[in-house]
Every structure is written in C-alpha cells, then in structure tokens.
Design a protein around this ligand. Structure first.
Ligand code: NIG
Ligand code: FE
Length: 383
C-alpha cells in the first residue's frame, strides 16, 4: 500500500508497488512499514460516541449491579441528568482534554474517524462549549472528527414538565447558532420514552433541515417508535434499534439511512437481548457498528469489542462486523467518499493488527491487538 500526502495511492503486491516509477525515484524518502504476518484494515469509523463528559457514573453502576434498570436509575436522579452539572461547570479546556484523551485511546484501538456528540450540557452555552471542545480536541488529533449537536438528549431538570419550551430552545437557539458557527454537521435526538417524543423529534429535525444540518437519531433503545415518518428528513442513521417495528424494515432497506447498532450499551446494561442484526441485514438494511462511548451505558472506546459483541450476541460474521465498523460507519457519517476502505484516492487511514487473520480481531475480545494506526497519513501509535 503506497500512501502519499495523506492519501492512498495504490494497493497491491509489493512487487507491483516497486514498479511504480514515482516510488523508484523516491524510495529513500518513503517510510516503509513491514506488515508481514500482520493484518492491515481500514481505520475504524466509530460513528456514534458521546465523549464530552467529565467523569464516570459509578453510582449508576453500583445501582445497576443491585438490579436497578436504566430507566429506574434515571428516574431516581441518576442517568444523563447527573452528568450535566459537571459539564456546565467545566472549563472548555478541561472538556477538550477529556475528548482528546478519548480520541487518542480510540486511535490506539484502530479507530481513525470518530463522530462526537455534545449532549451533557443542555443549555445553549454549555452545548456550544461542548462542541467547541470537540473542535479544539479534533484540531490536536491527526484523525477525523465529525461533530453532532445532541441538545435533545434529555429534558433538563429546570424544564421538567415543560419539554415543549426546551424543544423550542433547541430548535430556535441551539441549532441556528451551531449552524451559523459551523460547530456540527449533524443534529441528533434521543427519541424514546423518558426523553423526546416523535412529534418533538420531527420539530427538531425540521429545524436542522432549515439550518442546513444533517439529522440522525437514537431510536428504539427502550421502546419502539415508528421510523418511516422520519424518512422524509433523510436521516443519516437511526441508532440503537433494539426495538423495531417489522413494517419499518423493508422501508429502511430501500434507503441509505444506516442502522447503527451499539451492542456495548446492551452489554454494559446487562441486557439479555441485543439488536436483531440478522433481521436487518437479511432484509437488506445497511448496518454499522459503533461504540456509543458514554458514561451511562457504554464506557468503552473499543471498536474491536463492539465487533466481538456483534459476532457473539448478534450473529454477525467477522466479515459483516468488519464492514459495519469501517465502510458502513463511513456511510453513516456521509464520508464514504474519503473513508472506510483501502482504495486509491481515499484518505490514508489504516489500522495494523498483530494477527494473522482478520477474524481474530473480534475473536480476541477484551485485548488490544492493534499495533499501529495511520491517521490521514500520520503514524500515531505503535512502532
Ligand atoms: O446512547 N440513549 C441515550 N444516550 C446514551 C446514554 C447516555 C447516558 O446514559 O449518559 C446512549 O445509550
Ligand atoms: Fe448514544
């Protein structure tokens, strides 16, 4: 694989590469990485993460061990709301340091493109600060970051019982300001019981559309919501999809809205059920895998772990998991023209694993076999 100026120029045998006239002349200038006995994959595209938070939620963790559910914990004052105060108080530099540390960890596990959501501030000021922190961290990381405004993550306490007023703030203040300052490419909504209704989600999607931002949504994590009415907004992805109405599946199969599955959340919540990946894939729905990195339901940055869970709990083959973690993630972020596969012309985003066969990546769960990551042509870890 020959990479020049952050792009992949050719992919093939070493013999063929050495015939390249440019390489013949410039061989001494090139950094050679011998990958014999290794597996080189496209860098993972983690298309769903929530990295802008301050600390872990250990009280929630303990309560869940004692048997409380995600919804019970949220109702008792834990959950998303319990992460808000620290983010509201934090300096932007503190948040961007946290995001950068997560991005660096991700790269060490083979991830080169990351979607990063805000969503733990839930005031105009703290959501803007969160997205600025994402931008600051992204500028210091050689990989690629796609930012998403998740102002509609939950109704904050001060708006309890007045969700309509909060949605107005998201639609009329947050979205226009984020769009004007180009702080995010997408708007996300947590559409579920205890969060936002389908009607509120449509209102937020309409505001995003009006302001030229793409949309995606957390759907069907706790309960079923009909998906087809949202397709008119061309969502880039519906994420979670633990509960899907069977009539939505053929509709999704016809569209390029990605079904993004995040089995780390099911694992961490100790759920017996996982999203029905087979039902989706066998019906022709495009499926992506992501970590859902967040302090409440999925505190992992590991795409290999998400792939392993997809294989062991969702009956996705290693090949399907690899596709879902790379090119389909890139589609979910609408960057598939540049990311997600090893092809001439695409960005030089690679992960090198100390394994003999790509199927070992989901097989050796809970350990990191990634030896080196190349992000936009820059070697970031290993060797
Ligand atoms: O993707 N479901 C909504 N958002 C996150 C959880 C956020 C949290 O609990 O802090 C998720 O699972
Ligand atoms: Fe999420």
């Amino acid at each position: 694989m020959l990479c020049v100026g952050g792009k992949i120029v050719s992919v093939g045998t070493t013999k063929d590469a050495l015939r390249d006239p440019w390489l013949k002349r410039n061989r001494k200038k090139v950094t050679e990485v011998d990958c014999a006995g290794r597996v080189v994959t496209p860098g993972f595209v983690d298309s769903h993460t929530h990295p802008v938070f301050v600390g872990p939620r250990l009280v929630d963790f303990e309560k869940r061990i004692q048997g409380a559910s995600y919804e019970e914990i949220a109702a008792a004052g834990g959950g998303i709301r319990s992460s808000l105060e620290a983010v509201r108080k934090a300096a932007k530099s503190e948040l961007s340091a946290k995001v950068l540390a997560a991005l660096q960890d991700m790269a060490a596990y083979g991830t080169t493109t990351v979607e990063a959501k805000s969503g733990y501030g839930l005031t105009v000021e703290s959501e803007l600060k969160s997205l600025e922190a994402v931008r600051e961290a992204a500028a210091r990381w050689p990989g690629t970051v796609v930012a998403t405004l998740l102002g509609a993550h939950t109704v904050p306490k001060e708006f309890q019982g007045r969700s309509r007023a909060y949605v107005e703030i998201v639609a009329k203040k947050m979205i226009p300001q984020v769009a004007r300052r180009k702080l995010a490419q997408f708007v996300d909504v947590f559409c579920d019981k205890g969060a936002f209704t389908a009607e509120e989600t449509e209102q937020i999607f309409a505001a995003a559309e009006k302001n030229g931002l793409g949309v995606r949504a957390h759907m069907g994590q706790l309960s079923e919501t009909l998906l087809w009415p949202f397709l008119r907004f061309n969502p880039a992805s519906f994420d979670h999809l633990d509960h899907v109405n069977k009539d939505d599946i053929p509709q999704l199969a016809k569209r390029d809205t990605m079904a993004t599955l995040v089995p780390g959340a099911n694992y961490f919540l100790g759920l017996k059920e996982y999203p029905h990946a087979r039902r989706l894939i066998d019906a022709g729905v495009p499926v992506a895998l992501a970590t859902d990195y967040n302090p409440g339901t999925s505190p992992t940055i590991s795409m290999p772990m998400a792939m392993s869970l997809a294989s062991t709990h969702m009956r996705m083959s290693a090949a399907e998991a690899m596709t879902a973690a790379t090119i389909n993630g890139a589609w979910a972020l609408r960057v598939a023209d540049r990311k997600g596969s090893l092809e001439p012309g695409k960005d030089a985003d690679l992960a090198i694993f100390a394994v003999n066969d790509y199927r070992e990546i989901p097989y050796w769960f809970g350990t990191n076999r990634c030896e080196m990551t190349v992000l936009n042509g820059e070697i970031a870890c290993g060797a």
